[in-house]
Design a protein around this ligand. Structure first.
Ligand code: IVH
Length: 665
């Protein structure tokens, strides 16, 4: 790719995320992903200095300043910290420190990284005279009146040893219980809820009316002393002294003699930090001795004497209230845990997926259990374990149902699959509605003006019972239904009419045959050209098509073996929906996976399995169903089968995560 184009693209993205974060208090991307973009840009700028822009986001500390408050120049710039995400990064940091300090002995202070708003406090003659936000790191907003509402921050101190002028830095935050209380009140009065404690703190500090700020009970932890004539030798001394003077210093810090003890601190707080009154997203490691800090100095953006470590994913613990069983469009049953709501990585979590019956058995979930929930790539949270120490032995185990929660027909487990299925695909209401929604989506028949609610309504009123009935709809069917004007009815009918020109490959995908994703549908159309040919294809003919294996072939045969489906196809044919097409070749996205074979196992964040299979094929790769020594990669999702993992390990097959797969592309 054109380097300059990529750099422009990165700058635009980073500016967009920075703007959302600093101006609108919205995090559109994880810290890790953001740092990756920034370091990619930094690297490209180093390698191509001619293309580097003066106002590149790499040249800024972050953020800009808001308008309503008086802005103030910081006496010392408010820098950010470099991030690390694993043990190796931390050890690398330690090696850099060791190298820079030569033979000197050194110690670290480890602290938690509080997730709030960075604040600067100026003291003069023992009085708090200013409170300033970080702003762009060089200039911030003067929010003194708001900062003075923090009850734990002394407005006056008496101490002869402290210089006339000094500055403190800390993190302002909204304690979680305050946040929850405010949201409870807001929900009772029907107001919009605050998104998360960090945004709430940041929004509150920027309010114009300090009286309202005071009601919000903001708090703060101080984590640094700064001044021209520093009376302390070490950071530790300053923390102890400030604590004794009544400043809010979180007593979670520890002195660590070496990187091994730092790693122990990281472990110690991995789970325990969830019991604190505020969110923390990692730890901060600082060189203790101020002289050494000075010698190590700064890069343009961050100190060389400190670094942060970010925990990979947030874990919270909460009570499991019940399990619901959701019916998917192909009849697959997914257990979903209903939880006592908790905050996790900034959002309120009420439900978590348990994937399937195997996973329920593995977790051995009992009623009333306290479960750990985790956000992998920050998308759908999942239950990772049970706190056995809190199990009530009287409570019964959750049992996977034997019948469909919707239509009550008996569930079946397909040989070799982890899922249970409701086989009543022609009459189970949830399945039918799901199938219609699948059929109308953009990737399929693209029936734009028909929404999920309309489908639900038409189905509940028995006006439609499958996708074939869509083509029988007329204005009369909408008479007496609430919310439809003649214009909207016309729009619906004309987009249904338009869908009759959608090519067969999309119609075939829209039929929702189990395991037939968009790409497989296209392959089938290349090979068989019409629905009638496909219907008549034998098992042998099907599996002779590249990429069509046993599972897909059997699923196609079973689809055409059902009278209802044949009936549906006849009606679609009469309605003039496209059921044949001549395509010669699959449109490829790239050849980046050419010659490589993949086995897919487990559940993924960004794709369903058909989607992942499509992605591989579209980029020239091949999907196979079993692991052999010829296999190139096993893509391991959550809950992958242990036997697959063992076999792959035995044969020394490369096992990659979803993220690593995306990098291959
Ligand atoms: S020390 C030179 N200590 O993390 C920066 N920062 O990326 C020195 N933060 O916005 C910062 N907890 O507000 C330090 N215990 C802690 C911290 C902490 C949270 C925030 C800080 C800043 C960011 C640095």
């Amino acid at each position: 790719m054109d380097i300059r184009k990529r750099m422009d693209e990165l700058i635009n993205l980073i500016n967009k995320y920075n703007d959302a974060y600093y101006q609108k208090n919205e995090s559109l991307i994880s810290d890790l992903a953001f740092d990756q973009l920034l370091s990619e840009l930094q690297k490209l700028e180093q390698e191509n200095p001619l293309f580097a822009l003066n106002d590149s986001p790499t040249q800024r500390v972050g953020g800009t300043i808001t308008k309503q408050f008086k802005s103030v120049n910081h006496r010392f710039p408010m820098l950010s910290l470099g991030n690390t995400y694993n043990e190796t990064d931390l050890k690398d940091f330690d090696s850099r420190v060791k190298k820079a300090l030569g033979d000197e002995k050194y110690e670290y202070i480890c602290e938690l990284k509080f997730d709030g708003v960075a604040l600067s406090f100026w003291y003069e003659n023992g009085k708090l005279i200013k409170g300033i936000t970080r702003g762009d790191g060089i200039r911030g907003d003067d929010i003194t009146n708001n900062v003075k509402t923090i009850k734990s921050i002394p407005h006056t101190i008496v101490d002869e040893n402290l210089p006339v002028e000094f500055e403190l830095r800390g993190e302002g935050f909204m304690p979680n219980h305050i946040f929850e209380q405010i949201n409870l009140e807001r929900s009772l009065s029907g107001e919009a809820l605050l998104a998360n404690p960090r945004n709430s703190a940041s929004g509150t500090f920027k309010m114009q009316d300090s009286a309202i700020v005071a009601q919000r009970n903001l708090d703060c932890y101080i984590y640094a002393y700064l001044g021209y004539d520093n009376p302390f030798q070490t950071h530790e001394e300053s923390l102890i002294k400030l604590f004794n003077l009544g400043f809010p210093i979180s007593q979670t810090w520890e002195k660590c003699a070496d990187i091994e003890s730092v790693l122990a601190y990281v472990e110690k707080w991995r789970l325990k930090r969830n019991d604190l009154p505020l969110n923390t997203d990692g730890i901060v490691i600082k060189i203790n001795d101020y002289g050494q800090q000075e010698r190590l100095g700064f890069t343009a953006k961050s100190p060389r004497w400190a670094i942060s470590f970010k925990y990979p994913s947030e874990i919270a613990k909460t009570e499991i209230l019940s399990i619901s069983y959701q019916v998917g469009r192909t009849g697959n049953i997914t257990p979903v845990a209903n939880l006592n709501p908790v905050y996790l990585a900034g959002t309120m979590i009420k439900r978590a997926s348990i994937h399937n019956a195997n996973e329920m058995t593995r977790l051995d979930l009992h009623e009333g259990d306290m479960v750990f929930i985790e956000k992998g790539g920050e998308i759908i949270p999942k239950i990772t374990g049970v706190d056995m120490s809190m199990r009530n032995p009287q409570k019964p185990i959750f049992v996977f149902p034997t019948n469909c929660p919707d239509c009550n027909s008996e569930l079946e487990r397909v040989e070799g699959e982890a899922n249970h299925y409701c086989m009543n695909d022609s009459f189970c209401p949830t399945q039918i509605k799901g199938k219609i929604e699948h059929f109308i989506q953009r990737k399929a028949l693209n029936i734009e003006n028909l929404g999920v609610e309309t489908i639900d309504l038409l189905f509940e009123k028995s006006i439609i019972k499958d996708v074939g009935d869509l083509y029988k709809l007329s204005t009369l069917d909408f008479i007496g239904l609430d919310g439809f004007q003649s214009k909207s009815i016309q729009n619906i009918l004309s987009s249904i009419e338009k869908s009759k020109t959608v090519p067969f490959r999309k119609v075939l995908f829209g039929l929702g045959i189990r395991h037939v994703g968009a790409t497989i549908a296209e392959k089938l159309v290349i090979e068989f050209k019409s629905i009638n040919n496909l219907r008549e294809a034998s098992y042998e003919e099907l599996i002779a098509v590249p990429e069509i294996g046993d599972r897909i072939a059997l699923s196609i045969i079973s689809f055409f073996g059902k009278k209802d489906n044949i009936d549906l196809i006849t009606r679609l044919e009469q309605s003039k929906v496209q059921l044949s097409e001549e395509i010669l070749e699959l449109e490829q996205e790239s050849k980046s996976l050419e010659g490589k074979s993949f086995v897919i196992s487990g559940v993924f964040q960004n794709f369903d399995r058909d989607g992942l299979r499509d992605k591989i094929i579209l980029n020239g790769g091949k999907v196979v169903s079993s692991i052999s020594s010829k296999l190139d990669y096993l893509i391991a999702g959550d809950n992958m089968g242990p036997s697959k993992l063992e076999k792959a390990n035995q044969l020394l097959i490369k096992i990659i995560t979803e993220e690593e797969f995306l990098n291959l592309l």
